[in-house]
Design a protein around this ligand. Structure first.
Ligand SMILES: [Zn+2]
Length: 264
């Protein structure tokens, strides 16, 4: 199971690299083969094996010899590692709801990884990725709810907790954006907060936001102390939000048990 998730994680990570590249070059997502970032040469299938090709080609393009961005390797390895940890930590039972739950979490980890890297590199969260993330989360919550069966009252379901959590998170961030005139937060962060609330439910809202703001403050202070950033400079908040959702998606169940409630 874990080995399977590592292989799936490598393949998904490789696909996320394609997504990241095409978000910047505005190439179509479905048509066209992957190309080298420098010489635009089409990458042969045997040079497109996750991790292995990078090692064999020593991180260089076969035709032009230019270095391939280590971001590709990072994305493949981090996705594989997150999938493996999620599979090891999240309890999966032999029920449709449980399986939907895990697939939903893995997909969301992928979406949030793209947000993490893109916001870090370009200080911007692509709208298409946010829309996909919102649709993905709503559809999976709905599938989990339907497959749990009619035994569960709606007001006790994860779907309802997600809707309440999403509404609270979105409205809080939206007012931050509105009253600060987009100087503290951008609209991308507000939509990302909607995904956070939907995916985690209102019970995990406070721990997740504490983690996001806490880690953001620590990294901000460290960067200022190191002289890398001034007091007025802007640090994107998307990586902290998406990182904290990933952590809570994987370890939230454990925390939930510690606090006496359940997540999935
Ligand atoms: Zn090349």
């Amino acid at each position: 199971m874990i080995l399977f998730l590592i292989v799936v994680g490598l393949l998904v990570g490789s696909f996320l690299n394609v997504v990241l590249t095409r978000l910047d070059t505005e190439e179509s997502f479905v048509s066209g083969r992957s190309r080298c970032d420098s010489c635009r040469e089409i990458i042969r299938w045997y040079d497109n094996v996750p991790v292995l090709s990078y090692i064999i080609l020593r991180g260089r393009c076969r035709s032009c010899g230019k270095a391939i961005s280590p971001q590709h390797l990072f994305m493949e390895l981090s996705t594989a590692a997150l999938f493996a940890v999620a599979g090891a930590v999240i309890p999966v039972e032999d029920t449709p709801a449980s399986v939907f739950g895990l697939v939903s979490v893995l997909g969301l980890i992928g979406v949030l990884s793209v947000v993490f890297v893109h916001d870090l590199m370009h200080m911007e969260i692509p709208v298409s990725v946010l829309v996909f993330g919102i649709v993905w989360t709503v559809v999976s919550l709905f599938l989990v709810w339907v497959s749990t069966g009619p035994s569960e009252p709606f007001l006790a379901s994860r779907l309802w907790e997600g809707v309440v959590g999403g509404a609270i998170a979105f409205l809080s961030f939206y007012s931050l954006v509105y009253f600060s005139d987009e100087t503290w937060m951008g609209m991308g962060d507000a939509w990302l907060a909607l995904i956070l609330g939907l995916a985690l439910g209102w019970r995990l809202l406070l721990p997740a936001l504490t983690l996001a703001f806490g880690s953001g403050a620590i990294v901000g202070i460290v960067l200022i102390v190191l002289g890398r950033k001034g007091l007025q400079s802007r640090i994107p908040f998307g990586p902290f939000l998406s990182g904290s959702v990933i952590v809570m998606l994987i370890f939230g169940t454990m925390m939930g048990e510690a606090f006496g409630y359940f997540m999935i």
